[in-house]
Design a protein around this ligand. Structure first.
Ligand code: TRP
Ligand code: SF4
Length: 401
């Protein structure tokens, strides 16, 4: 079984090259090595765009088409829509009961976004809960890794805290102590004494070496079949002083992604009007790149420039090879080339990159049923996992009447 990876994107408009190079490219790569779950975070889009239902409605399937066009393979990746799985909302509600308000209020993304999106009223309950809803998304699939940009790392961190707290509060059955005693007894006296010794060393002195020794012994006894898998899990929790792991703490997968700015050198975004959409027509791409601002020092063709002061250079860093970049640096600093000349290899590279996307997208656009079917399949696959987790969660919380 490959470790599970989970990530989501909010459907707030057509995907652009910034999305591709910042996230999607990585998603495509990961599907070869991981059990990938990728979903449309439509509820998350509503936390900030609750007044724009048309945008969300229109964008959901367009975004899935962009994903498929970029190379997500529905045979490898599970693709689904958040709102089709009410289990996310159920887990969100249950986690909300024990999550301190301060954890949410101190999120850096919370104050940032309220500040940035001043034209929207974000003093809402839903927006405050954004990171907790994200935690529910992640925990419900027991994801091992979450590939996200640095800006989202605090959300993965709070997810870990929420899981830890949940396991601490609910990871013990009513007869937990009896079960631990039985598991220790099954190991035999000497081994049980050894486990208790390591547990103390870890609990009192924080000795991770002791923890590792204890864990190694549990695994050895498990391998010798003197313990059941459940008992082994119980003892691993016992060593750490915690209960059973019901919700898995995820790790961040900070894979190297290329930072592609917008046409003006700022962050690429739809609202800034500085983006190239993944599926922009070649003529539009050409026109957009040709219109890009360059180093202001190059007012005339004969003025030398400095690539470091030019957004086109950032595109070269993502799109062209070392020889071309040498040519740019030489040509720019000596006024040997003109800016339009300099932009041409970037245009060529973007068009080349888009070609397979356009072909794949066309096939899906002319067959919307197939896209719905892909989402349907993914949703059902996700539902199987989500249901099982909710069963465990309800049982742990004593909601199994
Ligand atoms: N907050 C993420 C973003 O804005 C989207 C998201 C929602 C997400 N739920 C998630 C990402 C779960 C990873 C895992 O990019
Ligand atoms: Fe920018 Fe290229 Fe013009 Fe230099 S030559 S200013 S790098 S577009």
């Amino acid at each position: 079984m490959r470790p599970r990876v989970l990530s989501g994107m909010r459907p707030t408009g057509a995907l652009h090259l910034g999305h591709f190079h910042g996230a999607l490219k990585n998603w495509v790569r990961l599907q070869h090595d991981y059990d990938c779950f990728y979903f449309v975070a439509d509820w998350h889009a509503l936390t900030t765009h609750y007044e724009d239902r048309e945008v969300i409605e229109k964008t959901v399937y367009d975004m899935v088409i962009d994903w498929l066009a970029a190379g997500l393979d529905p045979e490898k990746s599970t693709i689904f829509i958040q709102s089709r799985l009410p289990e996310h909302a159920e887990l969100f509600t249950l986690l909300a009961m024990g999550t301190p308000l301060a954890w949410l209020e101190r999120m850096p993304t919370y104050k940032d976004q309220i500040e940035k999106l001043k034209d929207k009223d974000l003093a809402t309950y839903g927006f405050l809960g954004y990171p907790l809803l994200q935690a529910a998304d992640i925990l419900i699939y027991k994801a091992s890794y979450v590939p996200v940009g640095e800006d989202q790392a605090p959300h993965v961190e709070i997810t870990r805290e929420v899981a830890r707290r949940f396991n601490h509060l609910y990871g013990r059955a009513a007869n937990h102590a009896d079960q631990v005693a039985a598991a220790l007894a099954a190991m035999g006296k000497d081994d049980a004494r050894y486990i208790e010794k390591q547990r103390k060393a870890y609990g009192q002195d924080g000795s991770t070496e002791a923890l590792a020794k204890g864990e190694a012994l549990v695994r050895k006894v498990l391998a010798a079949e003197a313990l059941t898998a459940d008992q082994a899990e119980l003892l691993l929790g016992h060593l750490k002083g915690s209960g059973k792991t019901i919700l898995t703490e995820p790790g961040v997968l900070l894979t190297e992604t290329s930072k592609l700015p917008g046409l003006d050198g700022d962050k690429m975004s739809k609202s800034r009007g500085n983006m190239i959409a993944m599926r922009d027509e070649p003529a539009v791409v050409t026109q957009k790149v040709r219109g890009m601002k360059t180093d202001p020092a190059r007012a005339r063709r004969t003025d030398p420039g400095n690539p470091e002061k030019c957004p086109v250079w950032e595109f070269h860093k993502v799109y062209t090879d070392a020889d071309t970049r040498d040519w740019v640096v030489k040509g720019c600093t000596t006024a040997g080339i003109g800016c339009l000349e300099c932009k041409q290899p970037v245009i060529d590279a973007i068009l080349r990159e888009q070609q397979p996307w356009r072909e794949r997208a066309e096939a899906f656009l002319s067959n919307p049923k197939q896209v719905h079917w892909i989402v349907e399949m993914g949703t059902e696959r996700a539902r199987t996992v989500a249901r099982q987790t909710m069963k465990d969660v309800r049982e742990a919380m004593g909601l199994n009447y």
